[in-house]
Design a protein around this ligand. Structure first.
Ligand code: FES
Ligand code: FES
Length: 265
């Protein structure tokens, strides 16, 4: 419980900062320190000091947070094209593409999930091929054409893969979605090029445009993890764009017994 205290006792209770603040407060109030302390208790003093601090912070000029990076060691200048726009950045030679995109170019679509090449959340497309930007050095991208999820749509018109993800509910929290969509868009091109995967059954055929089975889609998307388990819907979305055959998002899948099918892609 608060009680009246002598001047010396109260001063003992205050830190140096609080004591300085008290002087500032009293000068604003036009009060004498001795008179004020004689009528107060430590509880009252603390409350006043806190209120004064809060008020002062409220009116304080906002601190400017500069995004300017600290001087880089081993800086290299990299010129590349990002989402159709020429960019030039000076980065530490060890900076990953993911960090350069997110921190230097403020493109936060590519996500930092694991930062170890294991989740696919950071997937972007470089010169038409999907890559993990957390395992790619920015310095390797000189002269390359980088596409992130921000560059997939054409102006206001979504890419068909984006539309299909929305139609088929191919996401829940959305954290993995930029990587899933970039991966799926590049996958379409891989199928057109006739590129094979571990799930391909005939390795002797000459490269030709492939129509991928669901097993192929799952295999080819296996580097993109989804903690929300939206896998069946992701496959539905990709199949629809890949085959060009619209399907009913509420339709029963082959062999599905109902309930949530969270089998990994
Ligand atoms: Fe790159 Fe996970 S953040 S693979
Ligand atoms: Fe949440 Fe994939 S939608 S992690």
């Amino acid at each position: 419980m608060s009680k009246k205290l002598s001047d010396d006792m109260i001063i003992d209770e205050l830190t140096l900062d609080e004591s300085a603040l008290l002087d500032e407060l009293l000068s604003e109030l036009g009060e004498s320190r001795r008179r004020f302390i004689g009528q107060s208790s430590t509880g009252v003093l603390s409350a006043l000091v806190l209120e004064f601090l809060a008020k002062r912070n409220a009116y304080a000029a906002p601190v400017e947070h500069s995004l300017a990076p600290a001087a880089d060691e081993n800086a290299v200048k990299v010129a590349f094209r990002v989402n159709g726009i020429d960019k030039s950045v000076a980065v530490d030679s060890r900076m990953t593409l993911l960090d350069a995109l997110r921190e230097r170019l403020t493109l936060t679509g590519p996500k930092k999930g694991c930062d170890h090449g294991q989740c696919g959340a950071c997937t972007v497309i470089i010169d038409g091929r999907r890559v993990l930007s957390c395992l790619t050095l920015t310095a390797q991208c000189e002269g390359k054409d980088v596409t992130t999820i921000e560059g997939i749509a054409k102006g206001e018109t979504l890419h068909p893969m984006q539309t299909a993800f929305i139609k088929h509910d191919g996401f829940q929290c959305g954290f993995c979605t930029p990587g899933q969509i970039c991966s799926a868009v590049a996958l379409l091109q891989e199928a057109k090029n006739g590129e094979l995967s571990y799930a391909s059954t005939d390795f002797r055929q000459k490269p030709h445009s492939l129509t991928l089975s669901d097993d192929e889609l799952r295999e080819r998307m296996s580097g993109n993890l989804c903690r929300c388990g939206a896998y069946p819907n992701i496959v539905d979305a990709i199949r629809e764009v890949h085959t060009g055959k619209p399907s009913d998002p509420l339709g029963q899948r082959d062999g599905e017994q109902g309930g949530n099918d969270h089998a990994a892609v």
